[in-house]
Structures are given as C-alpha cells and as structure tokens.
Design a protein around this ligand. Sequence first.
Ligand SMILES: [Zn+2]
Ligand SMILES: [Zn+2]
Length: 147
Amino acid sequence: MSEKRLRQAIDTLKESGVRITPQRHAVLEYLLTSMVHPTADEIYKALESKFPNMSVATVYNNLRVLREVGLVRELTYGDASSRFDCNTSEHYHIICNECGKIVDFQYPSLHEVESLAEQVTGFDVSHHRLEIYGTCEDCKHVATAKH
Ligand SMILES: [Zn+2]
Ligand SMILES: [Zn+2]
C-alpha cells in the first residue's frame, strides 16, 4: 500500500517539475513507510547512515519542497520542533502526554463549527485545528508495570 503511495507521490513531484534527488526520495519514503510524525531531526538520524553527506539543513530543505507541492504537512504543537505528516487526507491527531507520540484518526471534518464561527464573528474562516490529548497504550502499560 505504501509502495503505491510512494509511486503516486513521485508522480506528483514529477508533475510539479520537482527534481527527485536520492535524498528527496529517501525522505519521502521514510515518511510514507514509518507512519509516525517525525521531526526533521528524527528523519536525519534515520537516514544519516545511508547518506553520510546529508545535513539536517538538507532534510529541512527537502521537507519544505515536499510541503510546497502538498505531499507533506508541517505540524506545530506548542514550542516543540515541527513534526511532519505525509497523510494529507483530512484527519485529526491524538497526542500522548507522556511520550509525545502523535496518532492519526479519522473523523468527519467539523465544517459546521467553521460555518458557525463565520456566522457569529463575520470572519472568513481559513481552517481550524483540533488535537486530542491523553496517554497512549504503550505508556499505559509502562504505568501499570511500575505498580
Ligand atoms: Zn505514549
Ligand atoms: Zn497525521
């Protein structure tokens, strides 16, 4: 399934006239197969053995290009480093208070809230953010094991 998504993503890059360098390909592949929401640093660490000459700046640069063509979303929560998400379909995030893990879940987008906000405030709404917080299953098990 991720093979297909990788091919589609590469087609999108080609159509946008973006050059597909080996690093860019690797960053994209990592994002599509890891299914986590990594920081640029985590991507760098995962790929540094494969590309010893690559810098964190290169990773950032590649992420910026991928974001510009709409293949990657940048997530900013609080003042932690940005995380990157290659799931660009509409979805929400639940975030673990203990380990910071971000998990996707599908829920119909809350368009009613946006239109209500427009009606009551007169704003032109561009988007909204919604995050759910809690303790993930792994962290729950750790907590139980300690007792
Ligand atoms: Zn956790
Ligand atoms: Zn996501």
